[in-house]
Structures are given as C-alpha cells and as structure tokens.
Design a protein around this ligand. Structure first.
Ligand code: BGC
Length: 436
C-alpha cells in the first residue's frame, strides 16, 4: 500500500553559499563565508566560485527535471539581494526570480530558505547575531524577498539550523564568523529567535500566495536499543529532555514551537517574558537529519568503530534515526514534518567508464526513506523529503572533499554528471514511494 500523499514533495536541497559562486559580480557584496581565512577551510579552499550555479542555473534545473524532482529547496544570498544597508540590488532579485520561473516552467515547486548562514559582511560589522540590530535588518531583507517572489513561491523557511550557525560560528569558532564565546549562547539564542519570529510575521503579512512556513532545525534522535516501552521512553528522554537532545532539540524547539522557556546549564536560560516575542505558529517543522544522537560527539554513548558504516564526514549511517526523529518531534509538537535535509557524503569520483558509481548513496536513500515510510504509515503527516544535496558543493569548513550530491561536479571545469544513485531516487519518486 502506498501511503505517501499524492502531493508529497520529493526534492533536493542546496544553499546559496555552497553552490552559487559569482561572489563579486552583478552588484553582490561579500558574505562572511567569502571572506573566510583560507587556514580555516580544509585545503585552503573557498566558496567564491564553487559550482558556479549562478551561471549554470538553467542546466541545473534541467538536471532536476531529469532526476524527476517535484520540488527544490534553495536559499537566497542576502548580500546578492541587499549588498549594502538600505540598497536593493535588482540584478540579485532577477537571478532568484528567473530561478523561480525556470523551476515553475519545469513543474518543480520552489522552497525558499531566507537565511542559510551566509551573512553579508556589512551585517556582520553591525554585530551579526550578537546584536539586536540584526532584527529589523533581517525583517527588511525578508520583506524584499517576499515582495519579489511570493507571487510564485508558497513554501518558506526563514532560517536554516540555528543551533549549527550559532554554536559553530559564535561559540566553537569552526564556522564563519569564527568567534569563540561560550557565554554568548543565551544572547544569541534570544536575538535569533526574535528575528525568526519577525521574519515569519513578515512572510505572513506580505506574501501574495498563502504561505506555508517552516524552520529547518539541525535535529536528530536518540534511537531505542529495542522497541520496548522502557527503551522507547529512555530514547525519547535522550532526544528531548536531557543528554544530547537538550541542545540539539529542546533548546531551540520548545521556545519557538511551544512557547516554553528552557532552563539549563546554570546561567544560560531563555527568559519567560520573551516567549510572546519568540513563539511562532509554523505550518511545518523542517528536520535536517543525518546520524543518530547515540553517536553524538557530545553526550552520545557510542563511537563509530570499525565495521560500522560511516560517511566521509565520519558520521555513522543510522537509518532508523529518521523514523524516531520524525515520531518524537511530531508527538511533542503536533506539527506536520518535512525532511528538509538528509544525505550521504562520499569520496565519489568519475570511473574509467565515465560514470560515477555510488551504491552506498543509493542504499542510504532507500534505508532512510524506509523510516519516513514507516512514519507515514503510522499516520504522521510527513509532507516532503529533500535530499541533501542536489550538487556536490562547498561543505563549509570541510571544503570540497565531502561529496553529498546526486550530481557530481568537476570543480575545475564545472562539468556535471548524474551519479548512479539518481536512478534509484528517480524510481522512488516515480512510484511515489512504493519502491522504497
Ligand atoms: C547544513 C548544510 C550542510 C549539511 C552537511 C547541514 O548542517 O544545513 O549546509 O552542508 O548539513 O553537513
């Protein structure tokens, strides 16, 4: 029996900084990632050209069509649209407007992420996510995007993975803007959550088509060791209440989705009086899921060891995580779920026969989608699955080594090759999930 809804969004995801390139043309100004010091990125790489999707846009949409996608999640580069405070760049708007037209002409539903980590340098100079000044700036930027695209775009994600860019970028210093300040967690969380709420209000206020709005969380679940009541309850606690799940999930989700303040880590807490500014009604929860919390660096209880399948980021392949993640989150918040990222990185290369053989990725897609299928069969409203990523691309501090794409990219020539796993994904999409 096929339980996926007939309008299930089968897609692939990307982010501007990771694939667009064209960092300094047509009026764009640099983002914090364009200016990352080379010693911070593996092999001294940078994202200034990457896949040059800016110049390959039509070709890339044609590839999506070939794969059979009915949706595509992409993000907007803030500094392409607003290169300096108060100035809108018509050529930047034109690029995204053309992309949306091209997608619609190919029956591919656009899902727009407004912020996927590439803060303009000019915003960073004003304090970035450390300063309240970003709240009106982010709201104005959102309005510009909504005014330009919402006559054709219905699906919106204001922010991608707050926990990641806050913790990696401002606390651990591994991502741009490379700050180290563990004591800033509370302040960062508050600013981000208020800015997010304002952006969602702006989308709802100005959108021309009735919007469907979500937030993509970097989330994961602790998976039960056995399907007994005790083990499931233990896993739920580890996913939400305590242990590794507290910072991965509850810290970010409870205030936004349920208006509940979180008290944790002594001095860090989100204040109850801020809840009306933070709680946001969302149409779906976006979950970006890769590996289970049982293997989390912080608070997990296992380390991937020899014999355990891992991707080339060192993340364990744990196919049951998607089911448990969707289930625990739906049971707690009761909001439809979209898998806005899930994918497998490998060291793919072009074989002597000219093709890119990636059996592990095909197997990964089947395995993880079985978890989605189980959730759907149990009646959980899962509305889409966006494979990460469409193209091999710039993997932040890891540079170009991990290849997550359904499409292989030669970063010297810009040439694209569909990987073998596309055949599997295409069949799954064509059968609307019956051949998972
Ligand atoms: C991010 C992507 C990233 C992917 C793989 C997610 O955390 O949203 O930008 O490429 O994971 O690391």
């Amino acid at each position: 029996m096929n339980d996926f809804s007939k309008d299930f969004l089968w897609g692939a995801a990307s982010a501007a900084a990771q694939c667009e390139g064209a960092w300094d043309i047509d009026g764009r100004t640099p983002s914090i990632w364009d200016m990352a010091p080379s010693k911070k990125i593996k092999n001294g790489d940078n994202c200034r050209v990457s896949c040059d999707h800016y110049h390959h846009m039509k070709e890339d949409v044609a590839l999506m069509k070939k794969i059979g996608l009915n949706s595509y999640r992409f993000s907007i580069s803030w500094s392409r649209v607003i290169p300096e405070e108060g100035k809108v760049n018509p050529l930047g708007i034109k690029f995204y407007s053309d992309l949306v037209d091209e997608l619609k002409a190919n029956d591919i539903e656009p899902i727009v992420t407004i912020y996927h980590w590439d803060m303009p340098v000019w915003v960073n100079k004003k304090g970035g996510w450390m300063s309240d000044a970003i709240i009106p700036l982010f709201r104005d930027y959102t309005k510009v995007v909504v005014d330009a695209l919402s006559d054709r775009v219905q699906w919106w994600i204001a922010v991608n993975e707050p926990s990641c860019f806050i913790m990696n970028g401002y606390m651990q210093g591994a991502h741009a803007p490379f700050k180290h300040n563990y004591l800033a967690l509370n302040k960062l969380t508050r600013v981000l959550m208020i800015a997010h709420a304002e952006a969602v209000k702006t989308i709802r206020q100005y959108a021309k088509l009735t919007p469907k709005v979500g937030l993509s969380f970097a989330t994961s679940a602790y998976t039960p060791k056995a399907e007994t009541v005790e083990e499931i309850e233990y896993a739920r606690k580890q996913t939400i209440e305590e242990g590794p799940g507290l910072l991965s999930n509850r810290w970010w989700m409870d205030p936004i989705l349920a208006g509940k303040p979180v008290q944790a880590y002594g001095i860090y807490h989100i204040n109850k009086k801020d809840m009306p500014l933070i709680q946001t009604k969302l149409d779906f929860v976006g979950v970006n899921v890769y590996s289970s919390l049982n293997y989390a660096e912080w608070g997990g209880d296992k380390k991937p060891s020899c014999g355990i399948p891992v991707n080339n980021m060192g993340w364990a392949v744990t196919d049951d995580v998607l089911y448990w993640n969707i289930r625990f989150i739906y049971e707690r918040y009761g909001i439809p779920v979209m898998v806005t990222e899930n994918g497998y990185a490998d060291n793919d290369w072009v074989c002597l026969d000219g093709n890119v053989h990636d059996p592990q990725r095909a197997d990964f897609i089947h395995r993880y989608l079985r978890g989605v299928q189980r959730a759907v069969k149990e009646g959980i409203p899962v509305i889409g699955y966006q494979y990460w990523s469409l193209l091999d691309n710039f993997e932040w501090a890891e540079g170009y080594e991990p290849r997550f794409g359904l499409v292989y990219v030669d970063f010297v020539t810009g040439r694209r090759i569909l990987k073998d796993s596309v055949k599997d994904y295409k069949k799954i999409i064509e059968s609307n999930g019956t051949c998972i």
